[in-house]
Design a protein around this ligand. Sequence first.
Ligand SMILES: [Zn+2]
Length: 308
Amino acid sequence: MPKSLKHVLFIFLDGIGLGADDPAVNPFAAAAMPLLDDLAGGRWLRGRQPGGSVQASFVPTDPRMGIAGRPQSATGQAAILTGRNVPAEIGTHYGPRPNPDIRAILAEDNLFKQVVQRGGTAALINAYPPHFFEAVNRGKRLRSAIQQAVHEAGLSLFDDEALRQGEAMSPDWTGEGWRQELGYKDTPVFTPYEAGKHLAELARRRTFTFFSNWITDVLGHRGPFEQAVTMLEVFDGVMAGLLENWYDDGLIVVSSDHGNMEDLSTRKHTENDVPTLIIGPGHEAFAEGLVDLAGLAPRILQALYGTP
Ligand SMILES: [Zn+2]
């Protein structure tokens, strides 16, 4: 892997796994995602072997990590961000929000902390509405494992004003959700391509940029199927805008914490592998030996600093 890339952009899609080639239950089997399929060297379905394209590597990645049961968000996200087998350490898959044991693991160390400690800059670039901050501050809502990792690194989350200023992004990429779900009239709305370009610009500003789409997991729990298909087609358009505006000193990693949206015949999480797509210089070396979620953090640090 080339040492000391300047930027890593992590695109996290909550609750996407590699499911059956069945367009009746799996949005990945129904959606038109030509760019994502090209990058991955095939479709995002169960049975895929590690592979990819000239530009990218694709690795089916194990979120079960030797622990029985359905993988969950808090342990999966904590594994991604710490490089530790968090389900094994606490003895179970746990979620959606982190319990005290998981919070203690995130407090010890995590990717955001590592980058800050090594002199870099890091952010979770999602924007959150005022009621989110009020609920967290009043103790009515626990932070997700990702948000907790950011908090433990001494970093702040972005608010609606940051979204208006173009410093943060909407989890649905386009910003339609802020208009339709939250009732905002003055927040930006992007086409998928523009959103991808914007993502590239934001990632250029810092060492480690984390973007989280949690809506995929919500769609996995309750559908509707058509919205899940649309979300994947939007993602394909986002990737076009992102890659056409990307730069050769940066790496993009797309991954997830557990399966869910790839099987809409059930509202529950699945035990499927999750996809990891790595795009950029050294993607083959990054993919080498990657088997489970705990392999991501050390490889990201290796890409940025030459040491895990
Ligand atoms: Zn999740």
